[in-house]
Structure formats: C-alpha cells, structure tokens
Design a protein around this ligand. Sequence first.
Ligand SMILES: [Zn+2]
Length: 572
Amino acid sequence: MSKREKSVNALEGPVTEVAAEFPERHVLVKCPGCRRVIDQDKLAANLEVCPRCGRHLRVSGRKRMRMTVDAGSFEEWDRELAATDFLGFPGYAEKLEAAREKSHEADAVVCGRGTIGGHDCALFFMDADFMMGSMGSVVGEKITRTFERARELGLPVVGFTVSGGARMQEGTTSLMQMAKVSAAVRRHSEAGLLYVTVLTDPTTGGVTASFAMEGDVIIAEPGALVAFAGPRVIEQTTHKRLPNGFQRSEFLLEHGFCDLIVERGNMAATLAELLALHEGVAPAAGAPHALAHEEPRGRRGRPKRAPEPEGAYDIVKLTRSTDRATALELLERGLDGFVELHGDRLFADDAAVVAGIGWKGGRALTVIAIERGNTTKERVRRNFGMAHPEGYRKAQRLMRQAEKFHRPVLCLVDTSGAYCGIGAEERGQGEAIASSLVEMSGLATPIVSVVVGEGGSGGALALAVADRVYMLGSAAYSVVSPEGCASILWKDTKRADEAAAALHITAGDLVELGLVDGMVPDLGLTHAEIAHDMMREVEIALDELSGLTADELVSRRYDKFRAMGGNRICSR
Ligand SMILES: [Zn+2]
C-alpha cells in the first residue's frame, strides 16, 4: 500500500479497503474544494457535487445533458461536425486528436433538442473535457445552427457554457464565432423566443463576451468562475491580489450580471419552471423558488387593529408603521408562485427592488415591487425601500422582457423616495427614473401599479406610469413628504399635519383628482385579506386590459397621463 493510500485509508477506512482489493477500480477522488476524499459513486449519485463542501465539480457536456433532460428525450444535432487544422497551426492536429480520444467527442459542444420536465427546447452543452471548451469554428457553427433551428421550430434555447475562451489555433476565425453566434441569438430573440444560459465553472473570454451573457435569463452554478479576463491575467496586468470570491457566481449576482444562482440538484426543476412560465403555463406546485422560500417573514397576517386615521397625516404615519404588510408579504399571500430574478446587467443588484416572474390563477406576470423590509436586519439590507439607480434599471430590464414575452406587469410601490446619496447621484438617479418613465409610457404590454404604502415622489412614479394605478386605502402618494413640504415652505416640520392635508395625498383625494384609478380598502383587514382583495382588483384590470391591442394600450396610457393637469388650468 502506498503512502498516499495509507493517508486516504485513515480518513475513509472501509472505502479504501475496497480500492485496495480491486486496484483496477479507482473509486476515490479528491475534492478540489475541501481536499477531502470522496467515493466516486457517491459523488456521481450527488450529480458530481461534493457532499462535504458543496463544490460543484466539472462534468462533461454529455454527462450534463443526461443530468438535465428527461431520460430518452434527447435528439442530437450535428454530432459529426469536426474541426480541421486549416491554418496549419503548430501542434493543433495532434491536440485535436488527443482531445477526441480523451473526450470521445468530435468537438467541444453537444447540441440538440430535448425536453426538461416535459417542456420542449433546443439545447447546447459545452464540454470542458475537449480543449477546455475552447470555441473554434465547430463550436460556433453548432451553436449558431442550434439557434437557427430553434427559431424555425419556435423553440426556446437552454445553453450550458464552460469555456477557456476562443480557440487560438483557428486564429481570427475563432474571434468571428462570437459575432456569428450573437447574430443568431438576436434573430432568435426577435422571434419572441426565450434563451436561458447556465454559466458553469469556468466560463471565460470570448464565450463570456458573447452568448454566455446574452440570455434573457442567466443562471449560474454556485462558485463558478465567470470572467472576461481570467484572474491570473488580471493579477499579472495590475500587480494586485484579487479579493476572495472575485469573478465567482456570487460576485456576479451582487454586481447585477446574473439572475439567479441555482444548485445542480435544483437545475432541471428551475429550468422546467422557467420554460413553463414562458409557455404561459403555471409551473407545478412546490417549485424551488417560490416566495415562501425567500426568507422567514415576521408578523404573518396579524390582524391589524390600527386606530382609524383622522387626517391625512395619520395615514402617512400608517404607511410607515412596522405592522403594515410589506410588498413582499402581499405578494407571498397574493400570488401562487414567484421566481425572483436579479440584477441590472450594469452595476449591481438592488435589494430595495424585488423583481421577477410571478403567477396567479394560471397567468404569468412580471412583478416588480419596492420592498422596505420587515425586520431591522432586512430593512438595512433593503435600504429601507429606497432604491438606487440599479433598482430602476433592473425594473426597466424586466419590463422590456415582459414586453418581449407579452407578459403583463404588476408593480407594487412602497417607498419614501428614491435614495439620496453620493453613489446614487454618480450613477444617475435622475436618469434612471427618467428612463423608467419613458420606458413605461411606451411599453406594449399591460401595466398595473398599486401603491401599497408610501408613494414617495419620483421614486414611486418610476414604477407607476401604468394603465391602472390603485392605492390601498391607507396608502399615500405625494410629490413630497409632508415633513419636507412643511420644512421647505414654512420652515417648520411641526406643521407636517397641515402640509399633509393641503397636499391631498390620500387615496380618496387622488381618485377624486383623477390621478389614481381606484382604491382598495384595507383598514382593519388582515394581511391575507388585503393581498386577496388587491390581487382581485389586479386580475379584473388585467382581464379588461388583455382585450386591447398593444397600440390601443399605449395610446390610452398616453391619453390618460396627457389629461392630468391640463384640466386644471385656465387662460388669463
Ligand atoms: Zn468538497
């Protein structure tokens, strides 16, 4: 017995005895994450995820396909396509030969069609075992053909990426594959079809800078390295040590570049759920990302016994009460399910704005909500419901997606205002709100907004240029806070109650002024009752709006906001 086997034996006694008895069977592997030794069969049963530390190990494209699609459903496309050494690049022919022998594949991607949880889709699975998934003419051609066929067949595409980047041995032809695939992705998208990318370890270089980042929904496996320039290159260039976790999936999520991180064991179920939602089918119950799994929430549905408000300022105080249902609580109670999607694809994911795809009564909707948080810890994490520019940009991104997939949009508004701060100004808070107003005014899909608490000025309006705007009875919607108004006009914040009354910011006032379409009474109701009543109004509105063409919808929305204020002026 070798020294190594002895040390292994000390850790995993019984297993290595088997290995020693049958030396031809290598049943032990070392996890590159925790360095522990794992039984290969156990590892395989756990989808090649280390049972000790959760490290997601690399798997071949074909193995990945078997883990993902329904058994027996895969029909492979273009398996025979193989690269040639057309530049006569030193050593390439031998390298190709060795890679083919090692991987039993003709090149670095497996493409085809199959079903996931019964949902038909086109698929590609890149293969790290073939020259580290490098992209040359064959990878580019096969993935392009996959998008073209999917477009002809009206199928979504689900693609798993893993790649060291463009294949140098094919020179500039490899570079051009980035453009070729991207053009095919665009055509597929313009046909209104879904593309989901799954980033696996490692996805780098030209693949990251093209189709890996072009998905409508971008999923990453935990801990995957996803980078344009690899960490070694960056360290050599900048002479700086990189922080822990740099360029990993979790870093990507924080910086707004992926929608969600999904463990391998949940991957097929998550993909099936997304495919179902884009077919307009409500997913099966017990989906892994339902709202209930989000985070524990306090004060579940405690009947509210708040005193009847006596004036507008009492209502403002009610909107700030900690007993109040937050937007997420209302969604949790009002929707049948919800998949949260993250990130603005520019800078960060803003926790003050929760966005994703929800479903209710068989209808899928894009849901965007300003969440102020319930517990102190959560309030801090959500910045007390004051969004940064990236929150509004995430909302815009998902609204454009809603339009592409003809999904209605539901916005829940509860904010004292957009965040006032240095970073928010540096990244263009005003621009972010402004572009939201423009985006919403022309969005060719129904939009319903509900002010469920505070509707604080521009930061609230940025989610409320809607076909129908409702307010809860105890909500307020204003151009400025009563305190702000009193302080600016009268230099006296103690006169906030006077200001609140003068501003006419209650639901009743705003319905009368024609600025809001309706009120959902909520005083004295439990959170569950409020959620139920609110969603009933939303569903009635969506039923009405679904009868309109996109042009009618947009022109009525224009007319609605066009009329505001014009009816309050006179000529002198
Ligand atoms: Zn491990």
